[in-house]
Design a protein around this ligand. Structure first.
Ligand code: 5GP
Length: 209
């Protein structure tokens, strides 16, 4: 069985990452979108178990101690982490997984020795400018003034790490960004390592002739 790919998708908040991923998943049902655990408060429209698993600091720290995370990080002063069990189970069964994680998490995944033999593709989503990002975060109306300030400051720090990623999408026009996202994933699925099973089957059809 060919293992699934781990797609890491990062961007500062407000760059359209969630919208791009959701649009992609609507069309491509055979992907698994990893739901992270976090200690940050639930936003109004969010659901536990759908957007995140919202847990207490104590629960999160217990999970760290029990080695239940593939990676975890502190983002905007809150814990965020990717559960090991779910992701590895899917990938081992040939299912491609999408991780929406920050730059620290992306680095941890890439450096994780347990993941050395996995196909990992990282995608970074850029906003078109500072002004546009601020406008988008304000329009979203989900964050306090203090949290907006922190997010914009952290955005710049995150954006400067684009070199750590394989692919960059500048989200200026949403439909184009969604198309770019699909293009990256389609191209990766055509890698010979992802098609070995199929290719062997084709070659086998020559046998006995
Ligand atoms: P938000 O609070 O806006 O949903 O997410 C804030 C940031 O946390 C985003 O950059 C998001 O990618 C990141 N994030 C979400 N889940 C995880 C995770 O499991 N691990 C890491 N390292 N970052 C995460």
């Amino acid at each position: 069985m060919i293992k699934g790919t781990i797609y890491i998708v990062s961007s500062p908040s407000g760059c359209g990452k969630t919208t791009i991923i959701r649009n992609f998943l609507k069309k491509h049902k055979n992907f698994y979108f990893s739901i992270s655990h976090t200690t940050r408060p639930k936003r109004q429209k969010e659901e536990n178990g759908k957007d995140y698993f919202f847990v207490s600091k104590e629960e999160f720290e217990n999970m760290i101690n029990n080695n239940q995370f593939l990676e975890w990080a502190i983002v905007h002063n809150e814990y965020y982490g990717t559960s090991k069990e779910m992701v590895l189970n899917k990938v081992e069964n040939g299912i491609d997984v999408i991780l929406d994680i920050d730059v620290q998490g992306a680095q941890k995944i890439k450096k994780n020795p347990d993941l050395k033999n996995y196909d990992i593709v990282s995608i970074f989503i850029f906003p078109p400018s500072y002004k546009e990002l601020k406008k988008r975060i304000l329009k979203r109306g989900q964050d306090t003034e203090e949290s907006i300030k922190i997010r914009l400051k952290n955005a710049y720090i995150e954006l400067k790490n684009y070199n750590l990623y394989d692919y960059i999408i500048v989200n200026e026009i949403l439909n184009k960004a969604i198309y770019d996202f699909e293009t990256i994933i389609n191209a990766n699925s055509l890698k010979k390592s992802k098609q070995e099973y199929k290719l062997k089957k084709i070659l086998n059809s020559w046998e006995g002739r």
